[in-house]
Write a protein that binds this ligand. Structure first.
Ligand code: NIG
Ligand code: FE
Length: 438
């Protein structure tokens, strides 16, 4: 029955949200469909008593519930979710993870407790290199199984899009193995997976003492092989004292760009090397970590529109005693995103909610800024801003229903999963915080 309106068909309706956080661009404020910067990060474009309708996985209507009801015509078996007393917002976009690896590294926590630093453990052949050994020994299907389980946990915590980097293979064959696992995860799991090649994550034992030789291997052998199979969209480098220098990072990222892989960079995490400046010069899509970014680097990143992807769970886990200066990036006009950095060494959390808690407590960000950084800005930092990150007509119907009546409660309860439901491309995939197996 057409209710007299235009009769837009809907197979999913989420209704009566106490707050529907749309993060929609506001044309009256010149709101372009870009990331939010500065004070606009505090504006979530909230509709109280809001509703979203979707058809075939895409959003077809957004507005107050009575208005949406008037405009759409639910198909006979449409799913209708009553979100009374709940907050509904776009699915979280986790734009920086190292999710494909084998083994775990809890013993390093003891070494660090005894005073060894992260880089000392790495230069003694541990850290990333111990995960490289375990990952090389794992089969494709074992890595797929591990990855699917991690993705399930992420989804139950509200994540609907994830970036995954390679970087625990560090040879042509092993990096290709990892990237094929990433491709398989995207096929098999409801979460959308974005792939990044990070052969320059560490120098493997075969090239110990010959970082230059390894850089050439990455450029001459790995990048063309990755390109040939179309396995990655981005290229990333660990630009850090004792790992890859600014010059080496630039060469690798430029070689990647020449093959069409867009640059991202782990920059200025443990020391101020000039990674932020490099990110601006080569117009990286995103620079990440940034605890020691210089004022100049922050300014240049803002000018170049490079997303600052901040990873507070990593600072927390490493006990670094400091966080990236999120406020300085926001004041400078940089789009700021937040991500888990999920990996076995520096951030074994799968939960964007935990990241949001730490961002509130450690970085003193406002709840609205945190939500913006975990949705629309993260989506833009992955070049997915036209598909996900806000609840707007035409975008994917990726949504989270939170068991709270105001968004202020989202970063408020550390260690508690407050996600009730997750909708991925219009399909209910998590209910009462648990994966629905269809
Ligand atoms: O982003 N910093 C380099 N890479 C990861 C850590 C990887 C690991 O320790 O296994 C990071 O923190
Ligand atoms: Fe990382």
């Amino acid at each position: 029955m057409n209710r007299g309106g235009s009769g837009i068909r809907a197979d999913l309706l989420v209704e009566n949200a106490s707050e529907l956080i749309t993060l929609a661009a506001d044309p009256s404020k010149g709101g372009a469909a870009g990331p939010r910067i500065g004070s606009s990060m505090r504006d979530l474009s909230i509709i109280s008593g809001g509703s979203v309708a979707a058809f075939n996985g895409r959003i077809v209507a957004v507005g107050e519930t009575h208005e949406v009801r008037r405009r759409v015509e639910p198909v006979p078996d449409a799913e209708v979710i009553d979100a009374t007393g709940m907050v509904v917002l776009p699915g979280f976009v986790d734009s920086h993870t190292h999710l494909v690896f084998a083994g775990s590294r809890e013993k390093e926590f003891i070494q660090r407790a005894e005073g060894k630093t992260y880089l000392q453990i790495l230069s003694a052949g541990g850290g990333i290199l111990s995960t490289v050994r375990a990952t090389r020994n794992a089969t494709h299907s074992h890595l797929v199984d591990l990855g699917l389980a991690y993705l399930d946990t992420m989804m139950c915590h509200g994540t609907t899009t994830v970036e995954i980097k390679s970087g625990y293979g560090l040879s042509v064959d092993e990096e290709l193995k990892t990237l094929r696992v990433i491709r398989e995860l995207d096929k098999l799991h409801p979460i959308d997976v974005v792939s990044t090649f990070m052969g320059a994550h560490a120098v493997p034992p075969e090239f110990a003492g010959d970082t230059e030789g390894y850089v050439r291997h990455v450029i001459d052998d790995m990048l063309p092989a990755v390109k040939e199979e179309g396995l990655a969209e981005f290229c990333d480098v660990f630009c850090e004292e004792g790992v890859f220098s600014v010059r080496q990072s630039r060469r690798i990222l430029e070689a990647g760009l020449a093959l069409g892989l867009l640059p991202r960079i782990h920059a200025d995490e443990m020391a101020s090397l000039g990674g932020a400046e490099l990110a601006a010069e080569i117009r990286a899509v995103s620079a990440e970590h940034l605890l020691y970014a210089s004022e100049e680097g922050i300014r240049k990143m803002a000018e170049a529109g490079v997303t600052a992807t901040l990873l507070p769970a990593t600072s927390f886990t490493l006990g670094l005693g400091r966080y990236a200066d999120a406020r300085a990036f926001i004041s400078a006009g940089c789009p700021v995103a937040l991500a888990t950095d999920f990996n076995p060494g520096t951030s074994p959390t799968l939960s964007m909610q935990f990241v949001m808690n730490v961002a509130a407590l450690g970085m003193k960000l406002h709840p609205a800024e945190i939500i913006c950084a975990s949705t629309i800005n993260a989506a833009h930092g992955l070049m997915r801003g036209n598909q996900v990150g806000s609840l707007e007509i035409g975008k994917l119907a990726d949504m989270v229903v939170i068991d709270a009546d105001t968004h202020l409660k989202i970063p408020y309860k550390p260690g508690t999963n407050i996600v009730d439901k997750v909708i991925k491309e219009g399909r209910l995939v998590v209910s009462e915080g648990r994966r629905i197996v269809s």
